[in-house]
Write a protein that binds this ligand. Structure first.
Ligand code: HEC
Ligand code: HEC
Length: 199
């Protein structure tokens, strides 16, 4: 049960109708009142099936053996989303401001915990995925990324491309120049800068 609680980053009372005090006489762990407990039971069956019926069939299984636990997917959160997914939802629901707010909120809560990927790649993926449909949101994602990773070459490159897409040539040139400062040998940065200056 501690594995459940730690895996999901919750207390016993997330699934059980109990106080959080230890050994309270009113605690009834057998009650199925909470929907989370019913969900957890399905999850438990799923995890058992993975560990008993599937993983053992791996040809030439690597030693020491590994099994799946709640933490494998949940990594300390009740819903095992990715940060890319969270950012995409936030943009859909409330635009760039919602994305910034959600990023800050999740970073505050989970940075350094291994639960979500706050590396430079996440917001680059968001910008690349959204960029052509919604360049403004793509730009907001790159700019947010540059606040945390000001020397991210790829972010400057994508920022330049997104500026070009919405015909902000001067901003595009500045971004490509910055990219080229960071990677003076980059053929892509040279080409994009030349194209932006030329057109
Ligand atoms: C994510 C949901 C979840 C969390 C968190 C959780 N449990 Fe459970 N617990 C369950 C489920 C589901 C069962 C029933 C398992 C089954 O049906 O085989 C259960 C069963 C139990 C039982 C046996 C109840 C009975 O039927 O007699 C006890 C005792 C218990 N949990 C204690 C705890 C304690 C203590 C914690 C906190 C450290 C905890 N649980 C946290 C989901 C949870
Ligand atoms: C293979 C990955 C995986 C493993 C392992 C896993 N889960 Fe889940 N779990 C999920 C996914 C994905 C969801 C979200 C499903 C959805 O809402 O669409 C989820 C949802 C849940 C929820 C509902 C959360 C909510 O607020 O809606 C509970 C509770 C839960 N899991 C408990 C557990 C427990 C307890 C274990 C370990 C016994 C476990 N899970 C193991 C993938 C996993």
């Amino acid at each position: 049960m501690r594995g459940f609680a730690i895996g999901l980053g919750v207390r016993c009372s997330f699934c059980h109708t109990v106080s959080n005090a230890l050994d309270s006489p009113d605690d009834d762990f057998s009650s199925d009142d909470k929907p989370a407990k019913l969900k957890a039971r399905v999850m438990l069956q799923m995890v058992q099936a993975i560990n008993q019926d599937h993983i053992p069939n791996l040809p030439d299984r690597t030693e020491p053996n590994l099994e799946v636990g709640c933490v494998t997917c949940h990594a300390g959160r009740t819903r095992p989303t990715t940060l890319v997914q969270e950012m995409t939802w936030a943009i859909e629901e409330g635009g760039e401001d919602a994305m910034r707010a959600r990023y800050a909120e999740l970073r505050e809560q989970y940075y350094g915990r291994g639960a979500l990927d706050f590396g430079a790649g996440t917001l680059i993926t968001v910008a690349q995925t959204l960029g052509t449909d919604n360049p403004e949101a793509g730009l907001a994602a790159t700019e947010l990324n540059l606040e945390h990773y000001p020397t991210s070459f790829s972010s400057w490159l994508i920022k330049g491309q997104l500026h070009l897409l919405i015909e902000e040539t001067a901003d595009a040139i500045t971004a490509f120049e910055r990219a080229l400062e960071l990677a003076p040998e980059s053929a892509t940065a040279k080409r994009l800068l030349a194209e932006a200056r030329g057109g």
